[in-house]
Design a protein around this ligand. Structure first.
Ligand code: DGL
Length: 276
């Protein structure tokens, strides 16, 4: 039997099968930027559950139900080759249960505590995430495994999620918002010695410049996006990629805030917008 040139090798996905990147809002764009560098030809569908944003102030049960329901439905409809949960809150709560029900490979987002522990000189690490993320046993386990001999100070900062969304809509944000988040970590016992801050929410690398000003020189930031991009590249090794249409961004709710995001989405190569 002759196999047409366009057919994938047996067991491999078709070349136009997308990578589905999922977040509650624009945070996953920080991961998409790194994914573009690693796999420039990969077709991507970006999905934002903006009807559920913010996740960080919801309960574990609410987040788990939304994420599994939505990813189940979208995986059926879009047939991705791989799903990336580009959201620390959703990953630390729902990754294991989503993996149990979906057959497609799933890559999650883990707070970058391990590399932070290797980077710190003072031994004091700050962790900025959502309120839901910082209370997870998942984070306790990472701390125990990789930073037991360090001091890890956590702060849940929902206002930074809103700030990142606003910045990507082209709106100005009061610098006091960033200063207050930095202060909340500095004010904790030992906080004056923080030299490394884990950005444990995918929204936060999008406002790293503003956070850098707020924390001042001498503080370095680390997030999980490089590791995620590497992991996706590893799991898709040997696969063919061909983008047959401009990449697509899907939102669970169509509103004027989504319209305002068009330029930022286009900058990330997401030229089409639709309904999830
Ligand atoms: N971007 C998400 C994260 O990485 C959460 C933002 C939110 O919905 O609160 O945690």
């Amino acid at each position: 039997m002759t196999v047409p040139a366009s057919s994938p090798a047996p067991g491999f996905p078709p070349a136009d099968a997308p990578i589905l990147l999922f977040d509650s809002g624009v945070g996953g764009l920080s991961v998409l930027a790194k994914l573009r560098q690693a796999l420039p030809q990969a077709p991507v569908i970006y999905v934002a559950d903006n009807a559920g944003l913010p996740y960080g102030t919801k309960t574990e049960a609410q987040i788990a139900a939304r994420v599994s329901g939505l990813l189940g439905r979208l995986t059926e409809r879009l047939r991705p080759r791989l799903v990336c949960i580009a959201c620390n809150t959703a990953s630390t709560i729902a990754l294991a249960s989503v993996r149990e029900v979906l057959e497609v490979p799933i890559v999650g987002t883990v707070p970058a505590i391990k590399p932070a522990a290797a980077m710190t000189r003072s031994g004091v690490i700050g962790l900025l995430g959502t309120q839901a993320t910082i209370r997870q046993a998942y984070v306790d386990r990472l701390e125990a495994e990789f930073a037991a001999d360090k001091r890890l100070l956590r702060h849940g900062a929902p206002e930074l999620v809103a700030a990142a969304e606003a910045v990507l809509r082209g709106q100005a944000v009061d610098p006091a918002v960033f200063a207050q988040a930095a202060q909340a970590l500095r004010d904790q016992p030992g906080g004056a010695a923080i030299d490394t801050v884990v950005l444990a929410c995918t929204h936060f690398p999008l406002i790293e410049r503003e956070l850098g000003t707020a924390f001042g020189a001498g503080v370095r930031f680390i997030d999980g996006s490089d590791g995620i991009a590497r992991r996706i590249a590893f799991l898709t090794q040997g696969q063919q990629f061909a983008r047959t249409a401009p990449d697509l961004a899907l939102f669970t709710q169509a509103d004027e805030a989504v319209d305002a995001l068009r330029p930022a989405l286009a900058q990330h190569g997401l030229e089409r917008i639709g309904k999830a």
